[in-house]
Write a protein that binds this ligand. Structure first.
Ligand code: CTP
Ligand code: CA
Length: 224
């Protein structure tokens, strides 16, 4: 009975989801991080499992529990996430890159805790750019793989949000991009979200606001 069991439209599909936020080490006790909690990616994993998919979840510093039934791989830094992604991506039909991956990491990671007085009253931290994992994934994907990216943008109006999203989609070369407005109190850590899903080429596929679970269902709908 589909009413009770739900529609298993992802049966046999292998879905890889990345979620959470990376931490880039400075020394053994410090890191550069971000405010991603992993809520939207966990909602995606839960929805995909219920729809019959085999789910692998690469999670970075999650503040929420990964659903039972998903194969879980814990990572912390962007380099670890990259390693896991490179091992896993090929064997999956759908890859959803919801993780907030640091754009930069400290150029030097100290093996000992940095001492306050070693840096004086004012100091700078040298950073190097991280590789763009989504762009590399999309460039190497098989034609039968479906790659979805996320875009977190601070923007007040829809037109500039769309422009930023379309530019990012073109740069990444993925099949779809979930564009998400973020701010001091929107996007991260909340139960709800507000997204526009763009298709390759830039057309709007879906606009949806609401619970992260409802948004997860609409994202999975476009992979069929
Ligand atoms: N992403 C990635 N590798 C990175 C940074 C981001 O794969 N080093 C992925 C994210 O998982 C997300 C998408 O790229 O799916 C967009 O991330 P975002 O930070 O919005 O885009 P950037 O290209 O980093 O651009 P900017 O931060 O300047 O907006
Ligand atoms: Ca970024």
């Amino acid at each position: 009975d589909t009413l009770i069991l739900g529609v298993k439209d992802l049966l046999g599909k292998r879905v890889l989801i990345t979620g959470g936020g990376t931490r880039e080490p400075i020394d053994p006790v410090r890191f550069i991080g971000n405010r991603s909690t992993g809520r939207q990616s966990v909602a995606l994993a839960t929805a995909a499992l219920e729809r019959g998919a085999d789910v692998t979840f690469i999670g970075a510093n999650l503040e929420v529990q990964v659903p039972v039934g998903a194969r879980f791989i814990a990572v912390s830094s962007s380099a670890e996430l990259q390693g896991a992604l490179e091992r896993e991506a090929e064997s999956h039909d759908i890859v959803i890159m919801a993780a907030a991956i640091a754009d930069y990491r400290p150029a030097i990671v100290s093996d000992s805790k940095l001492k306050k007085n070693a840096l004086g009253e004012r100091s700078t931290l040298e950073l190097v750019q991280n590789p763009d994992l989504l762009a590399a994934l999309a460039a190497n994907a098989r034609p039968d793989q479906f790659i979805i990216g996320f875009a977190a943008e601070t923007s007040d109006d829809k037109e500039s949000l769309l422009a930023l999203g379309r530019e990012k989609l073109a740069r990444k070369g993925c099949d779809a991009l979930v564009v998400n407005g973020v701010g001091w109190d929107t996007g991260f850590g909340t139960e709800v979200n507000d997204v526009i899903i763009l298709a390759r080429g830039g057309d709007i596929l879906v606009e949806v606001s609401g619970e992260k679970r409802a948004i997860a269902e609409r994202i999975l709908d476009i992979t069929r």
